[in-house]
Design a protein around this ligand. Structure first.
Ligand code: PAF
Length: 284
């Protein structure tokens, strides 16, 4: 496995791979791997001839009061996982290599970037859209694997690929969960024992919301209210709990909607802000 720190090297290697008729799979990460990342790498390795993994903690997606400096970093350990899973190339640039000067260009994805996570984390999704577009420009034609855990991010990446006609096929991959339902996240390591025990409420509330829809609840606001009532007394602070149409992220007027739905939530436990979501497809 090769480790590249320069954009030019990545472009050169991947051009050669494509010229020899091989497919490229791409997994964008900020490192601090857990089983969720590993499942993305594994899937890319299984479905492509060559897998490139980027490992870059993107400063553009952290608000000034967030954990950019503190964000867990462990490149040697991450590289070891990439190698074990069979990745071919790791792109681990420095901040200086990615941004020789503060960028003037950013990628805005309209409403999709300012609701939900965007409303709670100022500029976060614009920072994500900007770095993902830059990484796609470096990697070129590929299949790109993103976790469903960041559902809004996945939706936004699909939309930017479609709107900008980027030569990328976006593949959404299922959330990996702990036995009690907690979705894996690099931020789970910030949870104390007490916070960790409470955090399982997120997946229980989402499951309850889905059960309500399955049982015929027609009012999305009623589903939202019951999820809120489950999470609020347990978490330190509720960010949101909502039911939306999966690809527009807009709340349907009534249930059951004809399109797939997504139930999403965010809440604080101690110093960690966790997000989670689950899907409901009326056709299944
Ligand atoms: O999901 C993440 O880890 C990040 O948001 C991403 C997609 C690597 C962009 O920095």
């Amino acid at each position: 496995m090769q480790v590249a720190t320069e954009q030019a090297e990545v472009r050169r290697v991947l051009e050669e791979v494509r010229c020899s008729g091989h497919s490229v799979g791409f997994v964008a990460t900020m490192g601090a791997f857990h089983e969720g990342h590993i499942s993305l790498i594994c899937r890319s390795v299984a479905e492509n001839d060559f897998t490139v993994v980027s490992n870059f903690v993107n400063p553009l997606q952290f608000a000034p009061d967030e954990d950019f400096e503190k964000y867990p970093r462990n490149l040697p350990e991450d590289n070891r996982h990439c190698e074990i899973q069979g990745a071919d190339l790791v792109f681990a640039p420095t901040g200086e290599e990615m941004f020789r000067r503060p960028p003037l260009v950013s990628v805005h994805v309209g409403e999709l970037a300012v609701i939900l996570e965007g409303a709670h984390r100022d500029g976060h999704l614009i920072g994500v859209a900007t770095i993902v577009t830059k990484l796609f420009s470096i990697v070129g034609q590929c299949r790109a694997y993103f976790g469903e855990k960041d559902w809004q991010q996945l939706t936004l990446v699909r939309r930017l690929v479609a709107d900008l006609s980027l030569p990328v096929e976006v593949v959404g991959c299922p959330i990996v969960r702990e036995p009690d339902g907690l979705a894996l996240s690099s931020r789970n390591r910030y949870l104390s024992g007490h916070d960790r025990a409470r955090a399982g409420i997120l997946s229980r509330a989402l499951k309850h919301g889905i059960e309500m829809i399955k049982a015929g609840e027609s009012n999305p606001a009623a589903v939202v209210l019951e999820m809120e009532e489950m999470i609020e007394p347990v978490a330190d602070k509720l960010g949101y709990a909502t039911v939306v149409v999966a690809d527009s992220l807009q709340m349907p007027d009534s249930l059951p909607a004809s399109e797939p739905l997504r139930l999403l939530t965010a809440a604080h436990f101690g110093s960690a802000r966790l997000i989670d979501n689950m899907g409901y497809d009326p056709a299944k």
